[in-house]
Ligand binder design. Structure first.
Ligand code: ADP
Ligand code: ZN
Ligand code: MG
Length: 482
């Protein structure tokens, strides 16, 4: 049986962060009363005319620059026809032959190597409305309700080359793309609100083959994890089809999250089914090079550049730098804290460890963290000044998240200050020595490793507040070992 190579290409829709829709002035606010953000243009009433939103074009250009695309000086809008009730004009204004951006790439750091995923195109289009079917399924619904608040929101569609070679790589690509679109404030990329969506195309071919196999397209992917799982399922399904000597059908398949399977939905529309033709109510889009230059000049530092700078300027391992720059928020959080603490590895360990773990557990972003970077810095300074040990600091941080109080106050109130003066430690140490004659004899007999055990006992007796270094020194003194 042949060994197969996996070939994947993704099509991603991202809602642009514009205040108004792409061809009318209606608000794009999420969660409004159904059909409260509509007008004759986005409802497709006869005679209404679209006017292009300049901000939408600007954001599409930004996305194109972040994806290292050519920004095409001349592009054009087309009508793409299909008849679903969520699209009242019975066509979507999109871009077919001449998209606003083309020929880009995204670099993925995969361990030591860098993989390059080509971007075919980025084009502008409009969002559809939302259908809500009564009952359990569209097939048995007695009626459907329609909300056109989303209809006409500005979208970009990003199409990759079939360069992705595994389901995991597809997920990593999406994570990187999300990072790029968030950094540039092109989209908020909230999959749960539908502002980022992905369809995945996948085929197999014998390793070494030069042409591609027949692909299927998977829809209804509601998370990055779902994209990876659905593709993993599809690899196995297509392998089984091919191994049985049958052929993969060119079809659209629906991912069922609960069952963990894809199901055939319909045979795929061909380009001809869409009956594309140029949108007669909009001028072709001409972009002046000077505009692109000024947008480029305003771009923030992009994630790869920021990662490299974190390595060079702070001496962080590339792994740390990579994690810290996955979101602009998190990178800002780290850098703000750094200004006060100036020990990159200490800050990095705490941000990547305790802080990120707490945020993940509570489903929050760094910008939403109840413990602000300046407050974390306050805690880290207590560690640096030996006021608290690392272990106690973890409890202090948990308390900071819970109560919102500053670190120093918590330490004060709880009496968690690290004890370093010999007088206070003396009694505890004497007691531990008296209670542990065995280990004491071991140490005296040359097994100095047992000192660690004795330090541990003193730490325990002090409820973690003893300064472990000081305890170690005092024990060595008393037992007369170097
Ligand atoms: P279609 O003609 O079905 O619209 P396109 O060539 O426009 O196909 O590509 C749509 C998406 O499918 C792109 O992301 C592309 O990379 C991907 N793709 C194209 N051919 C294949 C293939 N044989 N296997 C996997 N993905 C593919
Ligand atoms: Zn409108
Ligand atoms: Mg196509």
């Amino acid at each position: 049986m042949a060994d197969w190579e996996v070939v994947i290409g993704l099509e991603i829709h991202a809602e642009l962060l514009t205040k108004s829709k792409v061809f009318c002035g209606c608000s794009t606010q999420f969660g409004g009363t159904p059909n409260s953000q509509v007008c004759p243009v986005c409802l497709g009433l006869p005679g209404a005319l679209p006017v292009l939103n300049r901000k939408a074009v600007e954001l599409a250009i930004k996305a194109g620059l972040a994806l290292q695309c050519n920004i095409n000086q001349y592009s054009q809008f087309d009508r793409k026809h299909y008849f679903y009730p969520d699209l009242p004009k019975a066509y979507q204004i999109s871009q077919n032959e001449l998209p606003v951006c083309s020929d880009g790439k995204v670099e993925l750091q995969m361990g030591e190597t860098v993989r390059e995923i080509g971007i075919q195109r980025v084009h502008l289009e409009e969002e559809a409305g939302k259908s809500l079917h009564a009952g359990d399924s569209i097939m048995s619904a007695a009626y459907s309700l329609l909300d056109y608040n989303r209809c006409g929101i500005a979208l970009i569609e990003i199409v990759t080359e079939p360069d992705i070679r595994s389901p995991e790589e597809a997920r990593l690509f999406l994570e990187k793309l999300k990072t790029l679109l968030e950094y540039t404030e092109v989209s908020d990329c909230k999959m749960e609100e539908g502002s980022l969506r992905c369809d995945a195309n996948i085929s197999l071919r014998p390793i070494g083959a030069s042409s591609f196999g027949v692909k299927s397209e998977i829809k209804n992917l509601n998370s990055f994890r779902a994209v990876q799982r659905a593709l993993e399922f599809e690899v196995e399904r297509q392998k089984a089809v091919l191994a049985a000597g049958e052929s993969v059908l060119p079809e659209t398949r629906h991912w069922d999250e609960a069952q963990g399977m894809t199901f055939s939905m319909r045979s795929k529309e061909k380009a001809a089914d869409y009956r594309y033709f140029p949108e007669p109510n909009l001028y072709p889009l001409e972009i002046e090079p000077g505009w692109v230059e000024s947008i480029k000049a305003e771009l923030p530092e992009l994630p790869d550049a920021r990662r490299d700078r974190f390595v060079a300027a702070y001496g962080l391992p590339i792994y740390d730098a990579d994690v810290l720059t996955t979101s602009r928020d998190l990178a800002d959080y780290f850098e703000t804290c750094m200004q006060e603490v100036k020990d990159a590895k200490l800050v990095s360990n705490w941000v990547m460890g305790e802080v990120l773990r707490w945020l993940k557990a509570h489903g929050l972003e760094a910008a939403e963290s109840p413990v602000r970077p300046g407050e974390l810095a306050g805690l880290l300074r207590l560690i640096q000044e030996n006021v608290v040990s690392n272990i106690v600091a973890k409890e202090v941080l948990a308390e900071m998240f819970a109560s919102g109080k500053p670190a120093a106050l918590i330490v004060e109130e709880k009496g968690w200050k690290q004890v370093s003066d010999s007088g206070s430690l003396e009694a505890m140490i004497e007691e531990v020595l008296a209670d542990n004659p065995g280990p004491v004899a071991d140490v005296k007999g040359g097994k100095t490793k047992a000192i660690g055990f004795l330090v541990g006992q003193v730490m325990k007796a002090s409820k973690g507040t003893a300064n472990p270094q000081k305890v170690n020194e005092m024990l060595r003194d008393k037992l007369q070992v170097k």
